[in-house]
Design a protein around this ligand. Structure first.
Ligand code: PDD
Length: 280
């Protein structure tokens, strides 16, 4: 692969970042994942708006290359010949030259890294066809989940708990309510209404979520942005998740219990189709 680091396009084994980088020592960084379908970037502008917001919320400097990010994404797609796949982009507070809890002085250039992940056949993933099976775990993350930080240890632990349980993923629960998935937003469908937690500091403001809710409303589907409990999920007609990498993926089992018929439902299937059609 050819990757991008601080202005240079390099073979991945030649790309280097300091051991003092704040991203490495303090998880002091933010990221975005943009999907590529048929060589085309999906929802690029939305991801950049969220990047700027994450940087602002953490008082992190904007990388000098901010204005070139579209070009950098396109160049990486071209250099790596990506048809379907993902582009990962990370900005950290940079290299202060030593370990220190305090932020480095103004003028310390943030570290900017991008790389691609080729995923041929990403649109017809087997999991999208059969539906995901999930378990629930307590949400033990920090209080600013709206900021897309690289602090992903707990979501990784939750994915490992799901793997140990022999299922695909996990939803996180706080005060009896579902917050979101380990790396996706969570939805249920009851009596034709699409129910998903409202935006707040408790969840990531998914770019796919915004697009899917817009398409749903345009298709005259009813959307309720409110918290839902695990019991409501278990009694739902359908469930699904959204993210840049999963698009819309049906959820067919929660904590060992089938949702609805136990097979992917029609509403999730329709939303997936609309989302992919609009993105291609
Ligand atoms: N994850 N919630 C969480 C906790 C996430 O990590 C993500 C994205 C989402 C969905 O956001 P979007 O629709 O903008 O991708 C929700 C990315 C894909 C990842 O970490 O790989």
């Amino acid at each position: 692969r050819t990757v991008y680091v601080n202005g240079d396009y390099l073979p991945e084994n030649e790309a280097k970042v300091s051991i003092f980088d704040r991203g490495f020592l303090m998880a002091d960084g933010v990221y975005e994942v943009v999907s590529v379908l048929g060589g085309k970037l999906v929802d690029f502008d939305g991801h950049m708006v969220r990047l700027d917001r994450s940087l602002a919320e953490l008082g992190m400097a904007t990388p000098d290359a901010r204005g070139d990010l579209l070009e950098i994404h396109r160049e990486l797609v071209r250099l790596n010949d990506i048809g379907d796949g993902l582009i990962y982009m990370q900005v950290t507070r940079g290299n202060p030259g030593d370990r220190d809890f305090h932020y480095p002085p103004e003028g310390t250039e943030p570290t900017l890294v991008l790389f691609t992940q080729s995923k041929p056949g990403m649109i017809d993933s087997p999991m999208a066809k059969r539906g995901a099976r999930i378990v629930t775990v307590p949400d033990m993350r920090w209080g600013r989940r709206d900021i897309k930080t690289v602090q992903l240890l707990y979501p990784s632990m939750a994915k490992m708990m799901a793997q140990a349980a022999g299922v695909d993923d996990a939803w996180m629960i706080e005060d009896g309510f579902v917050t979101e998935g380990t790396s996706n937003n969570a939805y249920i469908i009851k009596d034709g209404r699409i129910i998903t937690r409202a935006l707040s500091n408790d969840i990531l403001h998914g770019i796919t979520r915004a697009a899917v809710l817009r398409f749903a409303r345009e298709a005259q589907m009813e959307v309720e942005e409110r918290s839902f409990t695990l019991d409501e999920a278990l009694a739902a007609d359908e469930a699904f998740i959204t993210s840049a990498s999963a698009f819309v993926t049906p959820v067919v089992e929660v904590d060992g219990a089938s949702i609805g018929s136990g097979a992917p439902g029609p509403v999730a299937a329709r939303l997936r189709e609309i989302y992919i059609d609009e993105s291609l």
